[in-house]
Design a protein around this ligand. Structure first.
Ligand code: GMT
Length: 379
């Protein structure tokens, strides 16, 4: 197939899923065309069979807000025609599904069919889509998509409830390449690599996000402060975003900043995650929680919140521990009890990796997308 993919190319979960999907599809022999305002950041390296088409957005004094969605629709139609695309797959409903709808209509007038699939990721429904200024058009574009997928049952139900969407929605969970995201099998090599971040007797706690308020990064620092009061440990934070500064100040105020490492945006999180003992994901909401899945594939269980689609990914007490949002005390105690019980931690580490392999491996999930594309194209 020749597939066009549109996503937010920056550091967000939906962009990561879209990019990884493109890479996996290309590896299966499909031709993949990314259409976006900049090259998706995880594309470098494994990208044979993948093409990138930038969307130019010209500014003009009259345009206080340059109309990216229109430029995107034009580019989608162009790329689809020039490269004879079979299908467009847009990640994140706003504004990508609206642009795809316009591109489909533009091409229809030229006698060309361009079906499109919209994948719902989370905040496009739970936050942005519920803003009155976006709700009607988002609902319309979802309803009019040729296919709609959602990354969890939770998000599917939420879309039906909050948007009154009546069309079918297929749940295709997020996935991870279990060869790229994998534990370091050789314990000695792992120990050596960990030494860059911590002393041999210290635990490593990790957090990975875009540091938006929904991630509650301040809770991460507070949990770590409670842990480090009881045992030697280091906290490694990967990513960047609006709440980073507040978290950095808090680490200073609590006097733990020497043990808190803000690495910023990192290309190869698959090399960092296997070094951790635990991932901290105390989010306000997660429709899935891709960071936790990537950690699980690297044999790292999460201390997380029981929200949204997280319980569909993490079995409480088996592949991680789940708590109410904001319950820093309970999350700290959970982390401490797990780090203090090596047998239980090891069992959880094994279970986390096995779950990633059995239920969320790219080799299982990507074919679900391919089958769905085929069904949509046949409609
Ligand atoms: O919340 C983010 O980190 C970004 C956001 C996005 O769309 O880029 O993430 C959403 O999509 C991810 C990939 O499908 C999911 O793993 C996240 O749970 C989801 N975020 C929320 O629902 C808050």
């Amino acid at each position: 197939m020749r597939i066009g993919i549109t996503c937010y190319p920056t550091y967000g979960g939906s962009g990561v899923v879209a990019t990884e999907l493109g890479i996996e599809l290309a590896a299966l022999g499909h031709e993949v065309h990314f259409i976006s305002y900049s090259q998706p950041f995880r594309l470098s390296g494994r990208d044979g069979g993948i093409f990138y088409h930038e969307v130019p957005v010209s500014s003009y004094p009259l345009f206080e807000f340059p109309p990216y969605d229109l430029a995107l629709a034009s580019r989608m139609a162009e790329v689809a025609e020039f490269n004879e695309l079979d299908l467009l797959h847009v990640h994140y409903a706003i504004p990508h599904s609206v642009s795809a709808l316009l591109a489909r209509q533009m091409l229809a007038t030229r006698g060309r069919r361009l079906p499109f699939v919209t994948t719902l990721h989370g905040t496009d429904i739970t936050l942005v889509g519920l803003d009155r200024s976006y709700l009607p058009i988002t609902r319309y574009a979802i309803q009019e998509s040729d296919g709609v997928t959602s990354i969890s049952d939770y998000l599917k139900d939420k879309t039906v409830e909050d948007f009154g969407v009546t069309r079918g929605i297929e749940v295709v969970p997020n996935f991870v390449n279990c060869d790229v995201y994998a534990p370091i099998a050789d314990e000695q090599k792992r120990a050596e690599a960990r030494r860059k971040l911590a002393a041999p007797d210290e635990a490593i706690l990790m957090h990975l996000s875009n540091f938006r308020p929904v991630k509650r990064v301040v809770d991460v620092v507070r949990i770590f402060a409670n842990v480090v009061r009881q045992m030697p440990a280091q906290l490694v934070l990967v990513g960047d975003g609006p709440d980073r500064s507040e978290a950095e100040w808090l680490a200073r105020d609590l006097g733990i900043h020497a043990r808190v490492h803000f690495l910023g945006k990192q290309e190869s999180v698959n090399e960092l995650l296997p070094l951790a003992d635990l991932l901290l994901m105390p989010s306000q909401l997660e429709s899935f929680g891709l960071a936790a899945l990537e950690a699980m594939a690297c044999k790292v269980p999460s201390i997380a919140t029981r929200v949204g689609g997280v319980p569909e990914l993490i079995d409480d007490g088996i592949t991680g521990l789940l708590y109410p949002v904001g319950d820093v005390k309970a999350m700290s105690e959970g982390a401490l009890s797990l780090l203090g019980d090596k047998t239980r931690l090891e069992a959880m580490r094994d279970a986390a990796r096995k779950t990633a392999q059995k239920r969320f491996c790219a080799t299982l999930v990507v074919p679900q997308y391919v089958r769905y594309y085929e069904a949509v194209m046949k409609q």
